[in-house]
Design a protein around this ligand. Structure first.
Ligand SMILES: Cc1cc2nc3c(=O)[nH]c(=O)nc-3n(C[C@H](O)[C@H](O)[C@H](O)COP(=O)(O)OP(=O)(O)OC[C@H]3O[C@@H](n4cnc5c(N)ncnc54)[C@H](O)[C@@H]3O)c2cc1C
Length: 224
């Protein structure tokens, strides 16, 4: 099964786990990384990335930058047999060892360049921003926008009785006070009725938090 004296290891998924593993294995085995994107994204920097493109430049890393001694297949693995991985672009890649590190699947741009659609510019051109939800991502996003754009009208609508419901009330209260001190209007116990188009947008984009237009001068983020 071995090829050229090296074991063939396939890693499916170029997220945090798959990328770290591929990087670590690359000089000990013939490594193939299969991922639909050309880059690794440090997910916990997503929200800062939206506000600060130079930050994004450091937290979205082309697979080729760290995987210098491996094969990169930019495609989706569609099937796996005992010996091969089949990909959407029609390849059949043999392996001795297989790692499946597919995490969760978001619809994201394929290239690093496409990834940098300038969300900051969209926010800059909006007068008001509506954020729906009350979890940690929402609170962080509202905080980022309120800090970088103190003159924008930021509204946060959450159907729950408090923000950050998964942790204690002390932290919820502190987050609420902080947001209000930055003039974020927080509406609790209120639900936003989504149109069909917005629901579709939410299904497609809420993980990456891409904004959708509400009207010419307003944007919204749905993270509920
Ligand atoms: C906005 C946000 C903020 C977060 N903040 C934190 C934080 O602060 N702290 C923390 O610990 N965690 C945080 N997380 C969670 C953390 O990102 C995940 O736990 C981590 O990314 C999981 O890594 P993973 O490699 O297992 O999977 P993922 O990062 O989901 O990567 C999976 C990879 O597999 C690829 N893939 C999927 N299906 C296929 C297929 N069929 N073929 C080929 N490739 C495929 C995907 O394209 C992706 O590249 C956050 C997540 C998000 C979205």
């Amino acid at each position: 099964m071995e090829s050229g004296g090296e074991t063939r290891r396939i890693v499916v998924g170029g997220g945090i786990s798959g990328s770290l593993l591929s990087k670590s294995l690359q000089f000990n085995a013939a490594v193939t990384l299969i991922d639909p994107k050309e880059y690794l994204e440090i997910t916990w920097a997503n929200l800062s990335n939206m506000m600060e493109p130079s930050f994004a430049e450091r937290s979205v890393i082309n697979h080729r930058d760290y995987l210098t001694n491996g094969l990169i297949v930019t495609s989706v693995a569609t099937n796996i047999t005992d010996t091969e991985v089949l990909t959407a672009d029609g390849r059949r890649i043999c392996y001795d060892y297989l790692v499946i590190a597919t995490g969760h699947m978001d619809l994201v741009p394929m290239t690093k360049t496409e990834r940098f659609i300038n969300i900051k510019q969209k926010i800059q051109s909006a007068d008001s921003i509506l954020i729906v939800g009350g979890g940690p991502t929402v609170v962080e996003l509202a905080g980022e926008i309120a800090t970088d754009f103190p003159d924008k009208k930021v509204r946060l609508v959450h159907k729950g009785a408090r923000l950050l419901e998964f942790i204690g009330t002390k932290a919820s209260d502190k987050a609420l006070r902080w947001l209000k001190s930055r003039n974020v209007e927080v509406k609790l116990e209120q639900a936003v009725e989504l149109s069909h188009n917005m629901q579709n947008h939410n299904r497609r984009n809420h993980q990456s938090g891409l904004p959708f237009p509400l009207c010419r001068k307003a944007f919204g983020f749905i993270m509920a």
